[in-house]
Design a protein around this ligand. Structure first.
Ligand SMILES: CC(C)(COP(=O)(O)OP(=O)(O)OC[C@H]1O[C@@H](n2cnc3c(N)ncnc32)[C@H](O)[C@@H]1OP(=O)(O)O)[C@@H](O)C(=O)NCCC(=O)NCCS
Length: 199
C-alpha cells in the first residue's frame, strides 16, 4: 500500500466504553488478537473469508500485513484488544483502487460507540492512502454494521444469497455495501479541506 501519507498511530478516542487506543497491528499482537478472536461468537465471523479464531489463519493474516496487502487497526482498552478494523486490497489486481473494510468489536463493549469510532478511523485511513472505492460486506442481520456504514455514505450494491455457511450448516445472505470515496475527496477539496483526512 502507498503508506507515504498514511495516518499516524497510536490515536486515542473517548467512547462510552472508556478511553480506547487505536494502534496498527503487527506480529507482536498475535496472542492478544487470538484471545480477542476466540471470544467472538462464530456468527459474527461469517462475513470474513476465513475463520480468524484459528491460529493458522491469524499467522497468514500477519504475513499479509507484513507484505503490505492488509492494514489492521486494533482498538485497545488497557491491555486487551476489543476491536479490529481492517483494510484489505490487492495492489496487483484490476481492482487496486478498491479497498475492503472489515470490522469486528468484542461483544462486551458493543453498543458503546467503539465500532462507530473504529469504522470512521478505518475509513479515514483508506482515504489517506488514496483508495478510490471502498466496500464492506456483512450478513444481512448485522443491522448495527449496516447503520454505521450507511451513516458514512455506503450504499447497498449487491446481495449474495446463501453465500456463507455456518458451522451448523445453515446458510446466510451477505450484503455488499460500496462507497465511491474518490467523489468524497473531490467534494472535500471543493469545500477547501484537501488535507482533512491526512495524518
Ligand atoms: C457491527 C459492529 C462492529 C458494531 O460495533 P459497536 O461497537 O457495537 O457499534 P457502536 O456502539 O459504535 O454502534 C454504532 C451504531 O450501530 C447501531 N447499532 C448497534 N447495535 C445495533 C443493533 N443490535 N441493532 C441495530 N443497530 C445497532 C446503533 O444505531 C449505533 O448507532 P448510534 O451511535 O447512532 O446509536 C459489531 O456489532 C460487530 O462486531 N459485529 C459483528 C461483525 C460484523 O458483522 N461486522 C461488520 C462487517 S464489516
Amino acid at each position: 500500500m502507498n503508506t507515504s501519507e498514511m495516518r499516524s498511530y497510536p490515536r486515542r478516542v473517548a467512547t462510552e466504553a472508556g478511553e480506547i487506543e487505536f494502534r496498527l497491528m503487527g506480529a507482536a499482537d498475535e496472542v492478544a488478537v487470538l484471545d480477542f478472536a476466540q471470544q467472538l461468537p462464530v456468527h459474527d465471523l461469517l462475513f470474513l473469508p476465513r475463520n480468524i479464531s484459528e491460529p493458522k489463519v491469524l499467522q497468514a493474516w500477519i504475513k499479509e500485513i507484513e507484505r503490505g496487502a492488509i492494514v489492521s487497526i486494533l482498538a485497545w482498552k488497557g491491555n486487551k484488544v476489543v476491536g479490529c478494523g481492517t483494510l484489505v486490497r490487492d495492489p496487483w489486481s484490476w481492482s487496486s483502487h478498491v479497498g475492503e473494510i472489515r470490522m469486528v468489536i468484542s461483544k462486551n463493549v458493543r453498543g458503546l460507540g467503539v465500532g462507530r469510532a473504529l469504522t470512521q478511523e478505518t475509513f479515514a485511513l483508506a482515504l489517506s492512502i488514496g483508495l478510490e472505492k471502498l466496500v464492506a460486506q456483512m450478513t444481512v442481520d448485522q443491522t448495527g454494521a449496516i447503520a454505521i456504514f450507511e451513516g458514512l455514505g455506503f450504499k447497498a450494491e449487491a446481495l449474495l444469497r446463501d453465500h456463507v455457511r455456518d458451522l451448523s450448516g445453515r446458510k446466510h445472505d451477505i450484503v455488499v455495501l460500496g462507497h465511491n470515496v474518490a467523489q468524497v475527496r473531490a467534494q472535500l477539496e471543493a469545500y477547501g479541506v484537501p488535507g482533512a483526512v491526512q495524518n
